[in-house]
Design a protein around this ligand. Structure first.
Ligand SMILES: *Cc1c(COP(=O)(O)O)cnc(C)c1O
Length: 387
């Protein structure tokens, strides 16, 4: 059996090495390291893949969130609602821009924003909602869009973990994750579903005016060279990363499929274990169940996350490490309990689900190269320990 890794980027690279190396060589020989042809080509390819009018590449997923908020003209004091259970980048940029983060709880089965909690958190100062499509599946966008419309709020999708996923509306139409709200953001961090070999990110929108604003903000607020109309930032996707991404994008659907196959193996293996809750994939698509079907691409499993309900999560974490099975706790501390983001306004009762999840979740190895003997070993080790 090959050594088990949380994310196996090396084996994935070996399969696409020729095209990646040729592309990188081309960049090196051209010396167009910044804003070279690969950046524009990847941008166009991604626009086509996502079915979105504008992709604005930038330096990383955190910048993408910040720039999106700057582009929407959010101002100090504006309240931005997001989730308590996510990677800190989401709330960090809200704080950096001196906006007021308002954290809310998540749903126990999908780990995504709880719609009732979202409704309760809206005040006259609320300006935007940032749903995070956690672990590879879209939040309940249909409900979020309706609430946003009613209260005149912007929707910024943090799509760092769900690129390639489809979201189906009740009428049967579907859109790619990140292209549903006013603006969407993503990260190309190496371990993300579409990862480069360094840092990278992008912003998506169908709004021409907003796209224009964003293109200036990423480039020092310049719309004409050396004329700075607004305060911007320096946030670029470099040509080498764009070359890697252009080579990898055609494989994204196959990569999603490979992740889903691994997730299905895991789900089947744990189905009869009374102390394990497996992740659900929720979709409005007809003939879709909460099991993982091939009929829809609603979950792309950036992470495969179990809930261990018998109180032995931490013991399992150690037991797996002792058996050379990498695993991780995403996320161990709710954001409202982090020193940087604690706020007297929060009541523990408002975060019942997150407070429980941080004690029960465990994420298993998940990537495009998992092999059956590895999956068999991982699931047997878990089922032998958690009975
Ligand atoms: C990875 C991630 C980010 C940040 O992306 P970087 O490219 O690392 O800056 C933001 N939000 C979520 C949910 C993420 O998982």
């Amino acid at each position: 059996m090959k050594k088990i890794q949380m994310v196996d980027l090396q084996s994935q690279y070996q399969k696409i090495k020729d095209v990646v190396n040729t592309s990188i060589d081309e960049v090196l020989n051209s010396s167009a390291y910044i804003n070279g042809p690969y950046v524009k080509e990847f941008q166009a390819d991604l626009e086509k893949y996502l079915g979105v009018k504008h992709v604005i590449p930038c330096a990383n997923g955190t910048d993408a969130l910040q720039i999106a908020m700057m582009g929407l003209g959010l101002a100090p004091g504006d309240e931005v609602i997001t989730v308590d259970f996510t990677f800190a980048a989401t709330v960090e940029v809200i704080g950096l821009l001196q906006l007021t983060p308002v954290l809310v709880d998540v749903e126990p089965d999908t780990f995504n924003i709880d719609i009732n909690a979202l409704k309760k958190a809206i005040t006259p100062k609320t300006k935007a909602i940032v749903p995070v499509h956690l672990f590879g599946q879209c939040a309940n966008m249909e409900a979020i869009l309706a609430i946003a419309k009613e209260h005149n709020l912007f929707v910024i999708e943090d799509n760092a973990q769900a690129i390639g996923a489809d979201y189906t509306f009740k009428d049967g139409t579907s859109k790619k994750a990140g292209t549903i709200g006013d603006v969407g953001t993503t990260s190309f961090f190496p371990s993300k579903n579409l990862g480069c070999y360094g840092d990278g990110g992008a912003i998506f929108t169908n709004n021409d005016e907003l796209a224009h604003t964003l293109r200036g903000i990423v480039n020092h607020g310049m719309y004409k060279r050396y004329y700075h109309d607004v305060v911007g930032v320096n946030s670029r996707l470099d040509s080498i990363q764009a070359a890697v991404l252009k080579a990898k994008l055609p494989h994204l659907d196959t990569y999603c499929q490979a992740r889903r196959n691994a997730a299905r193996y895991y789900n089947n293996a744990f189905v009869n274990n009374p102390n394990i809750i497996t992740p659900v994939a929720k979709s409005n698509k007809k003939n879709c169940s909460t099991s993982i079907c091939d009929n829809c691409n609603c979950h792309v499993f950036h992470q495969y996350t179990l809930q261990i309900t018998n109180g032995k999560r931490d013991e399992l974490h150690q037991h797996l490490l002792d058996n050379n099975i990498p695993n991780a706790i995403y996320y161990p501390v709710p954001l409202h309990k982090q020193k940087a983001y604690a706020d007297k306004r929060y009541k523990e009762d408002d975060f019942k689900v997150t407070n429980k999840l941080v004690e029960t979740v465990i994420s298993l190895p998940m990537h495009t190269e998992l092999e059956e003997d590895q999956l068999a070993f991982i699931t047997k080790t878990i089922n032998d320990f958690i009975k």
